[in-house]
Ligand binder design. Structure first.
Ligand code: CUA
Length: 183
């Protein structure tokens, strides 16, 4: 029988299952169950997937929260664009926004301290990619992403935008500074 000819037995589903076919169905079933269980298990034990929360917001509301933090905790400015460097107290909620075409402001965090990092877009979709950790998040207008982070190495971390967002996309860089702490 070939697939070109119609099958001789048109009621094919009443034929007994071949042993090899049954074996493969069993293997596929067991494997799919293993993968299903691994999804939550790997989330907890894999140290790879970030737990995050997402809330509804508006660009104006989010801008107000970010501006309040910047007004209170700016310690200096950096780069030609005079981007504020903000050093909020350890353990606090810190705010970062993405817009055409920058990440704003520059956060200065202490190593070993835990922060709730909020991120939102002011205009359209951006991709938050923290290097060299390789943490990636989709940043959409109207949504506030929150991730709990504890920097474990000091130094400058670079944020790049990894979602194409127009003519300035390749220049959409940001920074998170991690200091040794205790200062
Ligand atoms: Cu923002 Cu690409």
């Amino acid at each position: 029988m070939t697939s070109i000819q119609p099958p001789s037995e048109t009621i094919w589903w009443k034929q007994p299952l071949d042993r090899v076919e049954g074996t493969w169905i069993a293997i596929a079933l067991v494997w799919s169950l293993i993968m299903f269980v691994m999804m939550p298990v790997w989330h907890i034990y894999g140290k790879q997937n970030l737990s995050n929360e997402a809330y509804r917001t508006t660009p104006a509301a989010y801008m107000a929260k970010t501006q309040a933090m910047v007004d209170q905790y700016t310690v200096r400015t950096m780069t030609d664009q005079q981007i504020p460097v903000v050093k909020p107290p350890p353990g606090s909620d810190v705010y970062l926004l993405g817009r055409l075409w920058q990440w704003w402001p520059i956060l200065e965090l202490e190593k070993g301290q835990t922060y709730r990092l909020h991120i939102a877009s002011m205009d359209w979709q951006h991709g938050f990619s923290l290097q060299p950790q390789n943490i990636n998040l989709q940043i959409l207008p109207g949504y506030e992403m929150v991730v709990t982070i504890t920097p474990d190495t000091s130094g400058d971390q670079t944020i790049i935008c990894n979602e194409y967002c127009g003519i300035g996309h390749h220049n959409m860089l940001g920074k998170i500074l991690v200091t040794e702490g205790g200062s």
